[in-house]
Write a protein that binds this ligand. Structure first.
Ligand code: 4NP
Length: 157
């Protein structure tokens, strides 16, 4: 089993979007029994909450259902529980790196778009305080990098 954890700040916009999109790709590829997907936030404000309504709507327009997801806070132990720990922006990465000791069994946190994106943008911008467009841009970046991530994992299976 390969496991993937997406991490952002609130776990209500970007990381649940990545969670839902990547899970959809995994399901379509018939790899549900081989790849485990989860998401979490560095902050604790939204624990237990469903994804932001704007993220859910933008995702739904492209065929992804985020309604079953609930926010949780990331912990240092998560580095030992997942093979891929993928941060949406540098500030998320900084929190994850503060726990990384390079120990056996610890995943080295990575910037999602740096590892699997292909454009100039290395961070998935926080859409929380912006307009609807921001949520579509988040989806564009995440769809592209998720396809790359799936190819990477498939090549290793
Ligand atoms: P996310 O967006 O990190 O993509 O889930 C945010 C959601 C909530 C807040 C910040 C970012 N907040 O400050 O409450």
């Amino acid at each position: 089993m390969t496991s993937v954890l997406f991490v952002c700040l609130g776990n209500i916009c970007r990381s649940p979007t990545a969670h839902g999109v990547f899970q959809h790709y995994v399901d379509q590829a018939g790899l549900r029994d081989h790849i485990r997907v989860d998401s979490a936030g560095t902050g604790d404000w939204h624990i237990g909450k469903t994804p932001d309504a704007r993220s859910q709507q933008a995702a739904k327009r492209r065929g992804y259902d985020l309604s079953g997801l609930r926010a949780r806070q990331v912990t240092a132990q998560d580095l030992n529980q997942f093979d891929y720990v993928l941060a949406m922006d540098r500030s998320n990465l900084q929190v994850l790196n503060s726990w990384y000791r390079g120990e056996a069994g610890q995943a080295e946190p990575q910037l999602f778009l740096q590892a699997f994106g292909s454009g100039d943008e290395l961070e998935v911008p926080d859409p929380y305080y912006g307009g609807e467009q921001g949520f579509d841009h988040v989806l564009d970046l995440i769809e592209h990098a998720s396809a790359e991530l799936l190819r990477d994992i498939q090549a290793r299976l």
